[in-house]
Ligand binder design. Structure first.
Ligand code: AMP
Ligand code: MG
Length: 311
């Protein structure tokens, strides 16, 4: 999945759980990676308009992706592979595509060009290509959580490229403390805007600082606005989504809310009434924390940010 993974487990059959999770993550990589030849996603991306047997699991994940696409008014869009390639985000060399190029590529994207059929079959319109990079790691976190549960692990963590899951508590009575990255202080000690005290929860961050390149003094990051094909400029530097239920939800919505921007992001939070909580870091130096996190969020002292509780 082109990222680091970090796992820990204690209690129950912890060692077995760690092995099983590693095996499972490698299986998912072989299934969902679009750059790995022979994966189900690679196959369907090569199929050039033909129906392709990808299996029920991939179709199930695509259905979830469609759900978050529709919920977010299209801000989450898993069909931007070709657009992302034009920027070179999966390649060694990055570049800024021309507006004409982007318009042409956007014509070959969109969930209306994806057919999910019975029997684990997917059919894409010719030229359309899938990229599950915005949801696959969250799904992987869900699978890992299920394995931990089955192995009766009592305490543990999984970190997978900005996707975090914490199992149980750090110690009895002490929750896990999760830092939220300060987008301007990546790699610095204590470079956080704040922390969350969590147990049995997923926390997923999407941020423009996670992958980007610079050209002529301007930054171009990897989260694209499906309307323009350009890196989303919504006034947000990062979005962290927290849920006790679903890593898939956290992953898809952190990407979607980043594209939507503050106002629409908070509208969606209100609309979904407690399905998730969020921390937004804005370009103008504010940290917005939704009401459900009030008792578990701590501000980082002296961070220079202004903190607002949202209800
Ligand atoms: P994340 O780190 O989960 O926010 O996902 C970002 C990754 O998802 C990118 O590297 C792309 O592979 C893909 N992506 C980019 N823009 C979008 C979007 N608007 N909707 C869904 N996936 C996207
Ligand atoms: Mg995501």
């Amino acid at each position: 999945m082109d990222t680091m993974m970090d796992l820990s487990a204690r209690g129950g059959q912890a060692e077995q759980a760690l092995e099983k999770v590693e095996t499972e993550l490698r299986r998912l990589e072989k299934l969902l990676s679009r750059t790995r030849s022979g994966s189900a996603i690679w196959e369907v991306n090569q199929a050039n308009g033909q129906a392709c047997l990808v299996g029920e699991e991939v179709c199930g994940l695509l259905k979830e992706a469609r759900h978050y696409h529709d919920l977010s008014g299209g801000a989450f869009d898993p069909t931007l592979a070709a657009v992302s390639d034009a920027w070179g985000f999966t390649k060694e060399r990055q570049r800024v595509p021309s507006p004409r190029e982007l318009t042409a590529l956007l014509a070959q994207s969109g969930m209306d060009q994806v057919q999910i059929q019975e029997g684990g079959i997917l059919q894409l319109e010719p030229g359309v290509q899938l990229d599950l990079g915005g949801i696959a790691k969250g799904y992987a976190a869900d699978r890992a959580a299920a394995i931990f549960r089955r192995c009766r692990v009592t305490s543990g963590t999984l970190s997978l490229g900005g996707n975090l899951w914490v199992c149980g508590e750090k110690e009895p009575g002490v929750p896990w403390r999760v830092g939220i990255q300060d987008p301007w202080r990546v790699g610095e000690m204590d470079g956080y805007v704040g922390t969350l005290d969590l147990s049995d929860a997923f926390a997923v961050t999407s941020g423009g600082y996670q992958r980007f390149f610079e050209e002529n003094g301007k930054r171009y990051h990897h989260i694209l606005d499906p309307k323009t094909g350009m890196p989303a400029e919504s006034g947000l530097l990062s979005v962290t989504i927290v849920s006790t239920e679903s890593g898939t939800l956290c992953d898809a919505l952190s990407t979607a809310l980043f594209v939507l921007g503050e106002e629409q992001a908070l509208d969606l939070w209100r609309e979904l009434e407690g399905a998730f909580q969020a921390v937004l870091v804005t370009e103008d130096g504010r940290v917005l924390v939704t009401a459900g996190l009030e008792s578990v969020f701590q501000e980082a002292e002296g961070s220079g940010y202004q903190y607002e509780m949202v209800s």
